[in-house]
Design a protein around this ligand. Sequence first.
Ligand code: F0G
Length: 484
Amino acid sequence: MSAQTLKAAEELKPKAVQRCILPHCGGVYAISERIYVCPRCGGPLEIDVHLPPANEAPGLRKLWAVRAGSRDARDRSGVWRFRELLPFEDSAPVVTLFEGNTPLYDAPRCAEYAGLIGLRLKHQGCNPTGSFKDTGMTAALTQAVVLGAETVICASTGNTAASLSAYAARAGLQAAILVPYGQISAAKLAQSMDYGATIFELDGNFDDCMRLIQDLGDEPSIYVANSINPFRVEGQKTVAFELMQQCDWGGPDHVVVPGGNMGNSTALGKGFEELLRLGLIDRLPKLSVIQAEGSAPLARLFATLGPKQRPPAQSSPQPSSPEPLSSESWLDDSRLPGTMAPVEHPRTLATAIKIGAPISWRKALRVVLRSHGRIISVSEQEIADAKSMIGRDGIGCEPASATTVAGIRRLVASGYIGPTDTVIAVLTGHVLKDPDYVSNYHRGTLALDTGEGNPRPIHGSFRNAPQRVEATKQSILGVLGRRK
Ligand code: F0G
């Protein structure tokens, strides 16, 4: 074959395919197919990107670093600057709000609170619509345009909806969002109103909205942008790339994320695994997921897993050379549980993760097990106090994000995380996403509806309520003196 023919063949090779993750199926489909689950067996799909050869990896590091200083729109996006690892052609009509490029903060007060020497917080709430969803939505909306969709739709606890609405507005597509009536933060809903989405408030919870979405996805003009859509996950996986770049491609020992519908954990795990295959990192961070106690179906399932399902402790999960990670290599996917019992009536004040039947539970469980991570739950009190501690570091986040620091504290106490381990918590939403929660915590009026008629109060261990004082210099100095 001549060099020219070879080049032409190379150009014809698709950049990626969609693959069913179920071991007994493994169906493969073109990325141009508008599917969300395997057409053959109904299993979850993931995108298999043909990664560049490992000898090109060092060049990628340099390229990605240089792009940070470029004025090109794709280079300025913290997602598209990693486009070599995304399933899009170079000519793709990128829909971007310059997402990503979020800070990695030191959080000394949180570290002390959790029992660690150091703790860093990757703040995905610093994205354009205030949550981590934007890194996935830029990819999903770009694919919607590629496929010629007219309407993009999602079920949401608020953040996916706000993000979808904004990106659809940028792309000039109709946005439709399904939210559980009365169960999401007013601030998030206000965003979707402003971005011009058609908003459907449904009687029922998030899981009911999600069931309906799966029916609506059959309509040819509609494109589903929940994380069941594997393109969303592709955008969100770039957070793993950016995080490792911020760590100069070395460490951390642990990465901890909140768990709701389980798209975020799936995406981060996939991102880390791709870096390992490329040889850009030499070990996977242990990826742990934290759920809220009243909405913790996967933590419950995880607690029941026996040694058969967990990778053997002795054999290292990290291939010594950058070999492809496959189910056969060190975790047999067929050993994964086939079902997960949902939580019928999920309850938590962290409404973003009030989810009883997470759609991507299986994909998330896979990546957690492969990395030797944990899935646990924390109480409402722990979430509230951890949230206020994050605030004391001058950072702030929405309640769901604070499950991470609460979970890390538990994992340190149990000995799973060592006090000198390097740990990064991913904060998923901005503090202003749920101002009512913050205000109620600090004023001492936060309470969980238990569904039994008597709300359970959450005590603000680190309360900081406003003080009403006379408008005099003396009264102000008096209060300041008392608080020193
Ligand atoms: N944190 C925040 C702030 C969220 O909004 C969500 C999910 C999660 C964590 C959980 O992430 O679902 O990928 O496991 N919010 C979705 C929504 C469900 O509709 O906004 P996940």
